[in-house]
Design a protein around this ligand. Sequence first.
Ligand code: NDP
Length: 292
Amino acid sequence: MENILSGKKVAQKILNRLKLEVTNLKNRNVLPSLNIFMVGKEPASEYYSQNIIKKSKKADIIVNLINLSEDVIEEELITQIEKANLDKDVHGILLQLPLPIHIRADKVIMSINPNKDVDGLHPFNAGKLLLGKDSFIPCTPLAVLELIKFYEIKTDGAKVVILGRSNIVGKPLANLLLQKKMYGNATVTVCHSHTNELKEITKSADILIAAIGKPEFVSEKMVNSDAIIIDVGINKIFDENCERYKFVGDVDYENVREKVKAITPVPGGIGSITTTTLLSNVIKAATFFSIK
Ligand code: NDP
């Protein structure tokens, strides 16, 4: 196995597959389309939306960005989502988070039709994932799974340690790798800010997945030499040497890379795959629609 696990290679392979799937759908007069709902001007959400739009053009998927003002009321956002739920030409709905504090995210998420919930946020999809049923898997855990498949990383019987238990990354990822199926069957440990003796746990991992949002937190002392490291973290820090901002992961890449069997870089790792897995969920939604 290569020492550096490239997310870009994984994304390109998925994109090639998506292009074929879009052609098949078009032959059945289905033009896959996604509505992105964004409230206000949160820079990370804007950046993500622009990336999705750029990537969607390569795959020939229609993306409509609905940018509502910062002070939009909850009911209006829900009304707009319900309109998209009923629109036969809209297959996927993505709600950009976080929302302003006057809007209850849980309530808005509940208003998304689960069959269009391409971010896998709706409790219906989260529950199906837990039960091992076919569902929309949130795009970051799905990106990790795609990387595991691409590099044929053995998860069966492997000791997987996940750092972070968020609803969007850590928890769904733990459920995915626990499933009784191919690229599952792992023994999963999920760690969080209350975990004791963290170093002992991370050191025992065959596969260590970091998703905590703490720049370069995982040091070479926390890993073993046979480990595969998957770094989900994306952190913007100021680089004193170059006097500019740069992105780093949750793993101290330069020092850990030397020690372990394989590692994903940041940038160029999991982050490069997530827009593509989101689009693969849009295709899945459009396919579901076309055979209904
Ligand atoms: P959250 O802030 O929602 O969750 C962070 C998790 O890390 C929490 O469970 C928290 O524990 C845990 N944690 C925090 N500090 C420690 C610590 N010192 N030791 C152990 N666990 C700790 O983050 P997200 O899941 O949303 O994101 C995690 C990272 O992944 C971020 O860097 C984010 O930018 C990145 N990300 C990358 C994506 C991609 O496409 N590549 C997409 C989404 C996120 P507790 O629950 O106890 O608070």
